[in-house]
Design a protein around this ligand. Structure first.
Ligand code: NPQ
Ligand code: MG
Length: 368
Protein backbone atom coordinates (compact mmCIF):
# COMPACT_ATOMS: atom_id res chain seq x y z
CA UNK A 1 0.00 0.00 0.00
CA UNK A 2 1.06 3.55 -0.65
CA UNK A 3 0.00 6.04 2.02
CA UNK A 4 -0.85 9.45 0.58
CA UNK A 5 -1.65 11.10 3.90
CA UNK A 6 -3.51 11.04 7.19
CA UNK A 7 -6.43 13.21 8.23
CA UNK A 8 -6.53 14.22 11.91
CA UNK A 9 -10.02 15.15 13.09
CA UNK A 10 -11.05 16.44 16.51
CA UNK A 11 -14.61 15.70 17.52
CA UNK A 12 -16.60 16.60 20.62
CA UNK A 13 -19.23 14.12 21.81
CA UNK A 14 -21.59 15.03 24.69
CA UNK A 15 -22.10 12.13 27.12
CA UNK A 16 -25.67 11.07 27.97
CA UNK A 17 -24.75 11.63 31.65
CA UNK A 18 -21.61 12.78 33.48
CA UNK A 19 -19.18 9.89 34.06
CA UNK A 20 -17.31 10.17 37.38
CA UNK A 21 -14.28 8.09 38.28
CA UNK A 22 -11.67 8.36 41.03
CA UNK A 23 -9.70 10.71 38.75
CA UNK A 24 -12.45 13.12 37.76
CA UNK A 25 -15.77 13.81 36.02
CA UNK A 26 -16.26 13.81 32.26
CA UNK A 27 -19.30 15.40 30.58
CA UNK A 28 -18.04 15.68 27.00
CA UNK A 29 -15.67 13.29 25.27
CA UNK A 30 -13.07 15.08 23.12
CA UNK A 31 -11.76 12.53 20.64
CA UNK A 32 -9.08 12.43 17.96
CA UNK A 33 -9.98 10.39 14.87
CA UNK A 34 -7.50 9.36 12.18
CA UNK A 35 -8.27 8.60 8.55
CA UNK A 36 -5.43 6.98 6.64
CA UNK A 37 -5.72 7.46 2.88
CA UNK A 38 -3.85 4.97 0.69
CA UNK A 39 -3.82 4.13 -3.01
CA UNK A 40 -5.99 1.06 -2.24
CA UNK A 41 -8.44 2.05 0.51
CA UNK A 42 -9.06 4.37 3.46
CA UNK A 43 -8.85 3.29 7.08
CA UNK A 44 -10.07 4.70 10.38
CA UNK A 45 -8.48 4.78 13.81
CA UNK A 46 -9.79 6.27 17.06
CA UNK A 47 -7.31 7.61 19.61
CA UNK A 48 -8.51 6.81 23.14
CA UNK A 49 -6.51 9.55 24.87
CA UNK A 50 -8.59 11.79 27.13
CA UNK A 51 -8.52 15.59 26.92
CA UNK A 52 -6.56 15.69 30.22
CA UNK A 53 -3.73 13.35 31.32
CA UNK A 54 -5.75 11.73 34.15
CA UNK A 55 -6.08 8.05 33.18
CA UNK A 56 -2.49 7.98 31.88
CA UNK A 57 0.12 10.54 30.82
CA UNK A 58 -1.37 10.81 27.34
CA UNK A 59 -3.89 13.47 26.28
CA UNK A 60 -5.56 14.49 23.02
CA UNK A 61 -3.35 17.43 22.07
CA UNK A 62 -0.16 15.54 22.91
CA UNK A 63 -1.35 12.81 20.55
CA UNK A 64 -2.02 15.38 17.81
CA UNK A 65 1.45 16.83 18.33
CA UNK A 66 3.43 13.58 18.38
CA UNK A 67 1.52 12.19 15.39
CA UNK A 68 2.07 15.38 13.40
CA UNK A 69 5.73 15.90 14.25
CA UNK A 70 7.01 12.32 14.41
CA UNK A 71 4.73 9.36 13.79
CA UNK A 72 3.04 10.23 10.48
CA UNK A 73 6.27 11.54 8.89
CA UNK A 74 8.06 8.32 9.99
CA UNK A 75 5.68 6.28 7.82
CA UNK A 76 7.06 8.00 4.69
CA UNK A 77 10.27 5.94 5.12
CA UNK A 78 8.50 2.56 5.28
CA UNK A 79 9.13 0.64 2.02
CA UNK A 80 6.18 -1.80 2.24
CA UNK A 81 3.41 -0.30 4.35
CA UNK A 82 0.79 -2.49 6.01
CA UNK A 83 -0.62 -2.82 9.52
CA UNK A 84 2.30 -4.85 10.83
CA UNK A 85 4.87 -2.30 9.56
CA UNK A 86 3.59 0.58 11.71
CA UNK A 87 4.80 -0.47 15.19
CA UNK A 88 8.38 -1.25 14.00
CA UNK A 89 8.53 2.12 12.19
CA UNK A 90 7.54 3.91 15.42
CA UNK A 91 9.47 1.74 17.88
CA UNK A 92 12.36 4.18 18.36
CA UNK A 93 9.92 6.78 19.71
CA UNK A 94 9.22 6.28 23.42
CA UNK A 95 5.74 6.00 24.86
CA UNK A 96 2.63 7.63 23.33
CA UNK A 97 1.03 4.24 22.92
CA UNK A 98 -2.49 5.61 22.39
CA UNK A 99 -1.26 7.76 19.50
CA UNK A 100 0.66 4.80 18.04
CA UNK A 101 -2.39 2.55 18.41
CA UNK A 102 -4.64 4.99 16.52
CA UNK A 103 -2.21 5.22 13.61
CA UNK A 104 -1.63 1.46 13.45
CA UNK A 105 -5.38 0.84 13.51
CA UNK A 106 -6.04 3.31 10.68
CA UNK A 107 -3.38 1.68 8.48
CA UNK A 108 -4.52 -1.84 9.41
CA UNK A 109 -8.15 -0.92 8.66
CA UNK A 110 -7.12 0.41 5.22
CA UNK A 111 -5.17 -2.79 4.52
CA UNK A 112 -8.04 -5.05 5.58
CA UNK A 113 -10.62 -3.05 3.61
CA UNK A 114 -8.41 -3.32 0.53
CA UNK A 115 -8.28 -7.10 1.02
CA UNK A 116 -11.95 -7.47 1.98
CA UNK A 117 -10.95 -9.08 5.31
CA UNK A 118 -12.58 -8.27 8.66
CA UNK A 119 -10.73 -7.21 11.81
CA UNK A 120 -12.27 -10.14 13.70
CA UNK A 121 -10.93 -12.61 11.18
CA UNK A 122 -7.52 -10.89 11.16
CA UNK A 123 -7.20 -10.99 14.96
CA UNK A 124 -8.48 -14.55 15.38
CA UNK A 125 -12.07 -14.10 16.56
CA UNK A 126 -13.84 -17.36 17.43
CA UNK A 127 -17.29 -15.90 18.25
CA UNK A 128 -19.81 -13.89 16.24
CA UNK A 129 -21.10 -11.99 19.31
CA UNK A 130 -19.61 -10.94 22.65
CA UNK A 131 -21.15 -10.70 26.13
CA UNK A 132 -21.25 -7.14 27.45
CA UNK A 133 -20.76 -5.47 30.79
CA UNK A 134 -21.15 -1.85 31.79
CA UNK A 135 -19.00 0.51 33.85
CA UNK A 136 -21.04 2.54 36.36
CA UNK A 137 -19.61 5.84 37.57
CA UNK A 138 -19.38 7.19 41.11
CA UNK A 139 -22.69 8.84 42.06
CA UNK A 140 -23.85 11.43 44.58
CA UNK A 141 -25.98 8.91 46.48
CA UNK A 142 -26.61 5.18 46.85
CA UNK A 143 -30.22 5.66 45.64
CA UNK A 144 -28.96 7.23 42.43
CA UNK A 145 -26.51 4.34 41.97
CA UNK A 146 -29.21 1.70 42.50
CA UNK A 147 -31.42 3.40 39.90
CA UNK A 148 -28.54 3.41 37.40
CA UNK A 149 -27.60 -0.23 38.04
CA UNK A 150 -31.26 -1.29 37.81
CA UNK A 151 -31.57 0.45 34.46
CA UNK A 152 -28.49 -1.31 33.07
CA UNK A 153 -29.69 -4.71 34.29
CA UNK A 154 -33.06 -4.05 32.66
CA UNK A 155 -31.21 -3.14 29.44
CA UNK A 156 -29.63 -6.60 29.54
CA UNK A 157 -26.06 -5.97 30.63
CA UNK A 158 -24.51 -9.22 31.83
CA UNK A 159 -22.00 -7.74 34.27
CA UNK A 160 -21.82 -4.59 36.37
CA UNK A 161 -18.59 -2.74 37.19
CA UNK A 162 -18.74 -0.12 39.91
CA UNK A 163 -16.18 2.67 39.94
CA UNK A 164 -14.82 3.04 43.48
CA UNK A 165 -12.63 5.43 45.47
CA UNK A 166 -11.94 5.94 49.19
CA UNK A 167 -15.32 6.81 50.73
CA UNK A 168 -17.29 5.10 47.92
CA UNK A 169 -16.47 1.40 48.02
CA UNK A 170 -17.91 -1.04 50.59
CA UNK A 171 -21.27 0.74 50.97
CA UNK A 172 -22.17 0.91 47.26
CA UNK A 173 -21.07 -2.70 46.72
CA UNK A 174 -23.16 -3.87 49.69
CA UNK A 175 -26.17 -1.86 48.50
CA UNK A 176 -25.99 -3.34 44.98
CA UNK A 177 -25.69 -6.89 46.39
CA UNK A 178 -28.62 -6.33 48.78
CA UNK A 179 -30.87 -4.88 46.07
CA UNK A 180 -29.98 -7.08 43.09
CA UNK A 181 -28.79 -10.29 44.71
CA UNK A 182 -25.77 -12.58 44.62
CA UNK A 183 -26.22 -13.79 41.03
CA UNK A 184 -25.28 -10.46 39.44
CA UNK A 185 -21.74 -10.58 38.01
CA UNK A 186 -20.17 -7.67 39.90
CA UNK A 187 -16.70 -6.13 39.94
CA UNK A 188 -15.05 -2.85 40.99
CA UNK A 189 -12.48 -0.47 39.45
CA UNK A 190 -10.42 1.95 41.57
CA UNK A 191 -8.31 3.59 38.83
CA UNK A 192 -5.27 3.73 41.19
CA UNK A 193 -7.08 5.50 44.06
CA UNK A 194 -5.70 3.35 46.93
CA UNK A 195 -2.37 2.45 48.55
CA UNK A 196 -1.09 -0.54 50.52
CA UNK A 197 -2.28 1.24 53.68
CA UNK A 198 -5.83 0.45 52.46
CA UNK A 199 -5.21 -3.30 52.08
CA UNK A 200 -7.23 -4.34 55.14
CA UNK A 201 -10.08 -2.05 54.15
CA UNK A 202 -10.10 -3.52 50.63
CA UNK A 203 -10.23 -7.01 52.17
CA UNK A 204 -13.68 -5.90 53.37
CA UNK A 205 -14.81 -6.38 49.75
CA UNK A 206 -14.11 -10.12 50.07
CA UNK A 207 -17.54 -10.64 51.62
CA UNK A 208 -19.33 -9.68 48.39
CA UNK A 209 -18.11 -12.35 45.97
CA UNK A 210 -16.75 -9.88 43.41
CA UNK A 211 -15.31 -11.09 40.10
CA UNK A 212 -12.31 -8.85 40.59
CA UNK A 213 -10.87 -5.59 41.90
CA UNK A 214 -9.31 -3.55 39.09
CA UNK A 215 -6.16 -1.44 39.50
CA UNK A 216 -6.43 -0.44 43.16
CA UNK A 217 -2.85 0.95 43.30
CA UNK A 218 -0.60 3.21 41.24
CA UNK A 219 0.24 1.94 37.76
CA UNK A 220 3.93 1.55 38.66
CA UNK A 221 3.18 -0.33 41.91
CA UNK A 222 3.17 -3.81 40.41
CA UNK A 223 4.83 -5.35 43.48
CA UNK A 224 2.20 -3.71 45.69
CA UNK A 225 -0.53 -5.46 43.72
CA UNK A 226 1.29 -8.76 44.25
CA UNK A 227 1.33 -8.12 48.01
CA UNK A 228 -2.35 -7.14 47.99
CA UNK A 229 -3.22 -10.32 46.11
CA UNK A 230 -1.83 -12.26 49.08
CA UNK A 231 -4.11 -10.51 51.61
CA UNK A 232 -7.41 -10.20 49.71
CA UNK A 233 -9.50 -13.07 48.35
CA UNK A 234 -11.04 -10.98 45.56
CA UNK A 235 -8.99 -11.57 42.37
CA UNK A 236 -6.74 -8.62 41.48
CA UNK A 237 -7.03 -7.32 37.90
CA UNK A 238 -4.60 -4.86 36.33
CA UNK A 239 -5.52 -2.18 33.79
CA UNK A 240 -3.24 0.91 33.85
CA UNK A 241 -0.14 -1.17 34.79
CA UNK A 242 -0.32 -3.41 31.73
CA UNK A 243 1.29 -1.32 29.00
CA UNK A 244 2.73 -4.17 26.89
CA UNK A 245 2.94 -7.94 26.52
CA UNK A 246 6.21 -7.81 28.46
CA UNK A 247 4.55 -5.90 31.31
CA UNK A 248 1.77 -8.49 31.34
CA UNK A 249 4.24 -11.39 31.48
CA UNK A 250 6.15 -9.71 34.34
CA UNK A 251 3.01 -8.91 36.33
CA UNK A 252 1.78 -12.48 35.97
CA UNK A 253 5.16 -13.89 37.03
CA UNK A 254 5.13 -11.62 40.12
CA UNK A 255 1.63 -12.76 41.05
CA UNK A 256 0.36 -9.18 40.70
CA UNK A 257 -2.79 -10.10 38.75
CA UNK A 258 -5.15 -13.02 38.42
CA UNK A 259 -6.96 -11.42 35.48
CA UNK A 260 -6.12 -8.70 32.93
CA UNK A 261 -8.07 -5.84 31.33
CA UNK A 262 -6.91 -5.35 27.72
CA UNK A 263 -7.27 -1.93 26.10
CA UNK A 264 -5.60 -1.70 22.70
CA UNK A 265 -4.96 2.04 23.06
CA UNK A 266 -3.11 1.63 26.35
CA UNK A 267 -0.74 -0.99 24.90
CA UNK A 268 0.04 0.55 21.47
CA UNK A 269 -2.50 -1.21 19.27
CA UNK A 270 -4.55 -4.29 18.44
CA UNK A 271 -1.53 -6.38 17.45
CA UNK A 272 0.14 -5.86 20.86
CA UNK A 273 -3.28 -6.40 22.48
CA UNK A 274 -3.44 -9.79 20.78
CA UNK A 275 0.05 -10.64 22.07
CA UNK A 276 -1.15 -9.83 25.61
CA UNK A 277 -4.13 -12.10 25.04
CA UNK A 278 -1.72 -14.84 23.94
CA UNK A 279 0.64 -14.35 26.92
CA UNK A 280 -2.29 -14.46 29.33
CA UNK A 281 -3.85 -17.50 27.69
CA UNK A 282 -0.55 -19.38 27.93
CA UNK A 283 -0.53 -18.64 31.69
CA UNK A 284 -4.18 -19.47 32.29
CA UNK A 285 -5.01 -15.83 33.01
CA UNK A 286 -8.48 -14.76 31.79
CA UNK A 287 -8.70 -11.42 29.95
CA UNK A 288 -11.52 -9.02 29.16
CA UNK A 289 -11.90 -6.02 26.87
CA UNK A 290 -11.69 -2.61 28.52
CA UNK A 291 -13.35 0.51 27.19
CA UNK A 292 -12.46 4.18 26.88
CA UNK A 293 -15.84 5.67 25.95
CA UNK A 294 -15.16 4.99 22.27
CA UNK A 295 -17.38 6.00 19.38
CA UNK A 296 -18.55 3.27 17.02
CA UNK A 297 -15.13 3.42 15.31
CA UNK A 298 -13.16 2.29 18.35
CA UNK A 299 -16.00 0.15 19.66
CA UNK A 300 -16.15 -1.93 16.45
CA UNK A 301 -12.50 -2.97 16.75
CA UNK A 302 -12.84 -3.62 20.50
CA UNK A 303 -15.76 -5.96 19.87
CA UNK A 304 -13.68 -7.86 17.28
CA UNK A 305 -10.85 -8.24 19.82
CA UNK A 306 -13.27 -9.38 22.53
CA UNK A 307 -14.27 -12.29 20.27
CA UNK A 308 -10.84 -13.96 20.76
CA UNK A 309 -10.91 -17.21 22.77
CA UNK A 310 -9.16 -15.93 25.91
CA UNK A 311 -11.79 -13.21 26.51
CA UNK A 312 -13.79 -15.42 28.85
CA UNK A 313 -15.60 -12.79 30.94
CA UNK A 314 -17.82 -9.87 29.80
CA UNK A 315 -15.92 -6.67 29.02
CA UNK A 316 -16.68 -2.93 29.05
CA UNK A 317 -17.84 -3.24 25.43
CA UNK A 318 -21.14 -1.48 26.12
CA UNK A 319 -23.72 -0.37 23.57
CA UNK A 320 -23.36 3.04 21.91
CA UNK A 321 -26.24 4.47 23.95
CA UNK A 322 -24.41 3.81 27.24
CA UNK A 323 -22.39 6.93 26.41
CA UNK A 324 -23.88 8.72 23.40
CA UNK A 325 -27.38 9.66 22.28
CA UNK A 326 -26.11 9.71 18.69
CA UNK A 327 -23.06 7.74 17.58
CA UNK A 328 -21.02 8.73 14.52
CA UNK A 329 -21.49 5.23 13.04
CA UNK A 330 -24.48 2.93 12.95
CA UNK A 331 -25.01 2.41 16.67
CA UNK A 332 -23.97 -0.75 18.49
CA UNK A 333 -27.17 -2.09 20.06
CA UNK A 334 -27.38 -4.70 22.81
CA UNK A 335 -29.16 -7.95 21.93
CA UNK A 336 -29.90 -9.88 25.12
CA UNK A 337 -26.64 -8.60 26.60
CA UNK A 338 -24.51 -9.25 23.52
CA UNK A 339 -23.02 -7.14 20.74
CA UNK A 340 -22.54 -8.61 17.28
CA UNK A 341 -18.97 -8.77 15.97
CA UNK A 342 -18.80 -6.71 12.77
CA UNK A 343 -18.25 -8.87 9.68
CA UNK A 344 -17.61 -6.24 6.99
CA UNK A 345 -14.14 -5.39 5.66
CA UNK A 346 -11.73 -3.82 8.16
CA UNK A 347 -13.33 -2.62 11.38
CA UNK A 348 -16.67 -3.09 9.60
CA UNK A 349 -18.16 0.34 10.27
CA UNK A 350 -17.70 3.80 8.71
CA UNK A 351 -18.66 7.22 10.05
CA UNK A 352 -21.96 8.64 8.80
CA UNK A 353 -20.88 11.88 7.06
CA UNK A 354 -23.61 14.11 8.54
CA UNK A 355 -23.16 12.78 12.08
CA UNK A 356 -19.40 13.16 11.80
CA UNK A 357 -19.68 16.73 10.49
CA UNK A 358 -22.06 17.64 13.33
CA UNK A 359 -19.48 16.83 16.04
CA UNK A 360 -16.28 17.90 14.26
CA UNK A 361 -14.38 20.87 15.66
CA UNK A 362 -11.18 20.71 13.58
CA UNK A 363 -9.78 18.82 10.58
CA UNK A 364 -6.14 18.72 9.46
CA UNK A 365 -4.81 16.95 6.39
CA UNK A 366 -1.22 15.76 6.70
CA UNK A 367 0.17 14.70 3.31
CA UNK A 368 3.04 12.26 3.37
C1 NPQ B 1 -11.24 2.11 32.96
N1 NPQ B 1 -13.01 3.00 31.45
O1 NPQ B 1 -11.53 0.93 32.79
C2 NPQ B 1 -11.76 3.23 32.06
C3 NPQ B 1 -11.49 4.53 32.61
C4 NPQ B 1 -12.02 5.76 31.99
C5 NPQ B 1 -15.26 2.36 30.92
O2 NPQ B 1 -14.43 2.43 33.07
C6 NPQ B 1 -13.17 9.81 29.31
C7 NPQ B 1 -12.38 9.02 28.52
C8 NPQ B 1 -13.51 9.38 30.56
C9 NPQ B 1 -11.90 7.81 28.97
C10 NPQ B 1 -13.34 7.73 32.31
C11 NPQ B 1 -14.20 2.60 31.93
C12 NPQ B 1 -13.02 8.17 31.04
C13 NPQ B 1 -12.20 7.38 30.24
C14 NPQ B 1 -12.84 6.52 32.75
C15 NPQ B 1 -11.72 6.18 30.73
O3 NPQ B 1 -10.43 2.36 33.82
MG1 MG C 1 -9.96 0.40 34.55
Amino acid sequence: MKLSGVELRLISMPLVAPFRTSFGVETTREILLLRAVTDEAEGWGECVAMSDPLYSSEYVHAAVDVLTRFFIPALADVPVLDGTAVAPALARFKGHRMAKAALETAVLDAELRAQGRSMGRELGAVRDRVPCGVSVGIMDSIDELLDAVGGYLDAGYLRIKLKIEPGWDIAPVRAVRERFGDDVLLQVDANTAYTMADARHLAGLDAFDLLLIEQPFDEEDVLGHAELARVVKTPVCLDESITSARAAADAIRLGACQIVNIKPGRVGGYLEARRIHDVCSASGIPVWAGGMLETGIGRAANVALAALPGFTVPGDTSASDRYYRTDITEPFVLDHGYLAVPTGPGIGVTPIPDELAAVTSKVDWLPL
